[in-house]
Design a protein around this ligand. Sequence first.
Ligand code: UDP
Ligand code: MG
Length: 315
Amino acid sequence: MDQTLDISVVVPLYNEEESLPELTSWIHRVMVENRFSYETILVDDGSNDRSWAVIQELARENSRIRALRLNHNYGKSAALDTGFHHAQGQVVITMDADLQDSPDEIPELYRLIRKEGYDLISGWKKKRYDPISKTVPSKFFNRVTSWMSGIRLHDFNCGLKAYRHQVVKSIDLYGEMHRYIPVIAKWNGFGRIGEKVVEHRARKYGSTKFGWQRFVYGFLDLLSVMFVTRFKKRPMHFFGSLGTLFFMIGFAIAFWLSFEKFLGVHKREVVDQPIFFLSLVAIIAGMQLFLAGFLGEMITQSNNRKTDYIVAERI
Ligand code: UDP
Ligand code: MG
């Protein structure tokens, strides 16, 4: 992989025609002032406005602009994933297209990754210019994610982030997973995660592309992230141990009830005791869980495991 560039700026965009000229020329200015070699990768996530035409125009004027157009609107995670796949810079910086993030942050983000040795720096919009319907749920969201993942960040969903090259290559994104990139990175073994307060602005053109659904899907995706990153490579450890536990409890109760019956401890029939039914449920649930673990294990086995383990260095 060619890594001669200092920085790749990855910009996912969906219907952002008005912002693009200003954004790309601002990025260019910052790069030139700081003598960075760079590329800007614009990923058009199936826009249905004039974004792609604008991008073609911009790419003609500036050879450092590269662009990819997805055939329809897959979502921000897919757009980022595509950009990550094509990024060549030693440091990869993601940025929203709507001018809410400032390219002026780039030099400091670059320095933190290259000089301070961070794997990932997440922006923190300490002072936000968003409606309250967004800031309050977002605060709650960040608390929960931080608590569940053990990563002390204030603003997981900030679009402005910087990564070491290897980190973006290790991440597969889909659904709404872009909110949890730090969590995924950490579980991939890139634990040096930092935070930088960044300037935030109100959206200048266009409107937000996310509605209230972001909270529902976002939460479900958090559960997936936690689960998949922890147990992907060993589903049997989770399902198997839980299944065995359930089965043992159920079996022990059923055994005890039969034993009592056999000794004639009391006159009640086995089926007259509610706990008997509980034991049956536990036995069946236990077997189901065990089976789920087994199936998970087989799926893991048959999956392409090319990208499963990340090689840290090569001679
Ligand atoms: N975006 C995208 N695909 C989508 C939705 C959004 O690429 O399906 C881009 C969007 O163009 C912007 C970034 O993701 O560059 C963040 O979106 P937005 O500003 O609407 O989110 P908000 O700032 O409201 O969280
Ligand atoms: Mg925005």
